[in-house]
Design a protein around this ligand. Sequence first.
Ligand code: CIZ
Ligand code: SF4
Length: 302
Amino acid sequence: MNRRCKIKNKIIDLKSNKRAIILAHYYVSSDVQDVADFVGDSLDLAMKAKDVDADIIIMAGVKFMAEMVKILNPTKKVLIPSLDSYCEMADMVEADYLEEIKSKNPDAAVVAYVNTSAEVKAMSDICCTSRNAISIVESLKSKNIIFVPDQNMASYISLNTNKHISVPKGFCYVHKEVSDSIINVKLAKYPKAKLLVHPECNSSIQERADFIGSTSAMISFVNNTNNNEFIIATENNYVQFLSKMFPNKKFTGAAHLCRGMKENNIENILSALQNVEHEVIVDDSIANDALTSIDRMLQHEN
Ligand code: CIZ
Ligand code: SF4
């Protein structure tokens, strides 16, 4: 048995000994997804986190996801495999900055993309993910919306709703780096491929897309089309996930890996389980207000 198999087997044994479960995002490596009990997007993970029967939850993703799991499961131990698994976009809008924007737009509702800190969620009216952003924004009474922190996602929502969206700042470097020249090279190589684009990509890339949507929406698109070739403009680990899910279809990636997601590996998952280390703690007063915004999003889904 090779070293990776041994580590994976140890993780599986420890999970059952310690009543632990592993949640993994689509953007972590397939090695990590192999040991997970559940793989999904941030909305799936938030919903799953609410009804897991375990003492320990390991969140293989980035820090805001682990915080969200903790907020939804305050009595459980939530561990993060690496303390360096940051979402760089989530760190672009801080609480002080949002306070300033709110004071300049007192009648606007604040929608926080889940890629935000617990503090920012706590200051917002409601959360959303890439999967439900349009319907959440549409459901609000207010015509004026402050949306944090992704400017490209905000433009996409603007185009698809009749709301006035203020977009202070923020972007995801993984999606912003998807360039026209990369798409040109991919299309020259795979001329029949459909181009699937995440709404965090620049509008020039969105304009060329055959389909724009979240990772879950991309799965539905692939499932419901007769096309067999796809160029995927979102985090590159997702290409491996799609290739496993649809073995008869061909996928090629147009984006890089996310540095924060890449921090997760089977070695640090094993270590987190063995030593019960890297526990995520969210201050109670922040967690309560953040929970209100997350719960409003989850109620919208039901
Ligand atoms: O919401 C998520 O999980 C992210 C980060 C991407 C997506 O489109 O699902
Ligand atoms: Fe954050 Fe971008 Fe990484 Fe997603 S891909 S976790 S938005 S930095």
